[in-house]
Design a protein around this ligand. Structure first.
Ligand code: ACO
Length: 370
């Protein structure tokens, strides 16, 4: 038995939810480029869960269900009021999502119908939790979700207390489409491993949130913005990038386990970063990002991943930096739950082996003689 570090190249599951083949990402057979240009996030949620694009009536039905499920149980809002002010919003989200299960009478109902209803509730309530926490920590009251609004509109409304501009809601909606699913990424794998023990869907999504938090995965978008701010201005880029690479340190937002010639999602986010920056009359972060990309690609051959330009997109939308990864979770909840439902449909516990590299032939010595 020989281990492959990081399971690189290992095919660990079959899925019909999404695929990456020759650098092309598809959700249920639809190219991400097509969906990014044309689909709304709610259409993508339906596509991931049900395997087909919805009719108008099906889409309206899903939107109504999501709207009706968006309010979070009061005790969950209350526990967030007791969290320390310095708590990272991903840690808060992990705990809050876990606690949702305690207030869901169907939490342990493993029927397909109940799991779909719970997927709707998770998808609807994660944005409410994030927006509520962002307000609570500023001493403001959480805002109830608004009827009839899309997930993107509602999130911005609940966060800021004002109606978002259509261009802002559309930009966030597109970012949600782009992040919705990504084959067997680390957080989806964590979610599938958890539910493959026949644990409940809340446990699966909680595990996935824990995995997404790390800076090598979803946490990279926040780390990119930290990097942009640390660099400060365009004239510092050259020195910063070269010294990072000399020290063999990672540049956040670059590289990918699967894509070696570019992440197909990055170009959409780059365009959005430019368009939003231009609209706001501030292209600083976009221009710095482009310069960093040119240098890193030139020096190291590394291409930006989905997280690189999402940092400047979210910043330009006025979203606090530590909410970038939670926004990723709003989107990826659709993919996590689609994979979890798929795992339940054809389950076998996921239990690989490990190659033992420790000591052998040890003999017990009583504690007084050690
Ligand atoms: N900056 C500098 N060098 C890098 C970077 C980077 N961002 N990414 C990879 N490399 C280098 C490695 O140092 C290594 O070089 P070496 O062969 O000379 O030692 C080589 O490229 C291969 O990199 P690995 O880390 O082995 O690649 P792996 O597939 O294990 O990791 C990962 C992929 C985690 C995405 C990595 O590229 C990385 O850490 N990137 C920065 C964090 C990031 O942006 N994560 C978000 C990924 S997208 C997502 O999850 C949503």
């Amino acid at each position: 038995m020989t281990a492959t570090k990081g399971l690189e190249g290992i095919v660990a599951a079959t899925t019909s939810v999404s695929s990456i083949v020759d650098g092309v990402l598809t959700y249920r057979g639809y190219d991400i480029d097509d969906l990014a240009e044309n689909a709304t996030f709610e259409e993508v949620i339906y596509l991931l869960w049900y395997g087909k694009l919805p009719s108008q009536a099906e889409l309206t039905g899903l939107r109504t269900e999501l709207n009706a499920s968006a309010a979070v149980p009061d005790p969950v809002i209350d526990i967030m009021r007791h969290f320390p002010e310095r708590a990272h919003s991903m840690s808060v989200l992990r705990t809050a999502v876990s606690s949702l299960a305690l207030y869901d009478p169907e939490a342990d109902d493993m029927s397909k119908e109940a799991n779909l209803r719970k997927a709707v509730r998770l998808q609807a309530q994660i944005p409410t939790l994030i927006a509520a926490y962002a307000r609570i920590r500023e001493g403001k009251s959480p805002i109830s979700p608004k009827e009839g609004a899309s997930i993107a509109e509602n999130f911005l409304y609940m966060l800021n207390g004002t109606e978002p501009k259509p261009v802002e809601a559309k930009a966030l909606d597109k970012a949600l489409v782009l992040h919705a699913d990504h084959e067997l990424n680390a957080s989806t794998f964590a979610g599938r491993v958890t539910v493959a023990t026949l644990s409940d869907i809340y446990s699966g999504v909680t595990s996935a949130i824990g995995a997404l938090k790390g800076p090598l995965h979803g946490g990279a978008n926040e780390a990119v913005m930290n990097m942009l701010e640390e660099i400060g201005s365009a004239e510092n880029i050259d020195t910063y990038v070269r010294s990072k690479l000399d020290r063999r340190e990672k540049l956040m937002g670059f590289g990918h386990r699967v894509y070696k010639s570019g992440d197909p999602r990055a170009k959409h986010l780059q365009r959005m970063s430019y368009e939003l920056g231009k609209l706001n009359g501030n292209l600083k972060w976009y221009e710095m990002s482009v310069k960093i990309e040119g240098l890193v690609t030139g020096l190291k051959g590394l291409k930006p991943n989905v997280d690189f330009y999402s940092a400047s997109v979210y910043t330009t939308l006025g979203i606090p930096r530590d909410l970038f990864t939670p926004i990723f979770a709003i989107s990826r909840c659709s993919g996590w739950t689609a994979h979890i439902l798929e795992q339940y449909e054809n389950n076998r516990i996921i239990r690989p082996r490990a190659e033992y590299v420790g000591q052998s032939d040890q003999k017990y010595i009583p504690v007084d003689f050690r």
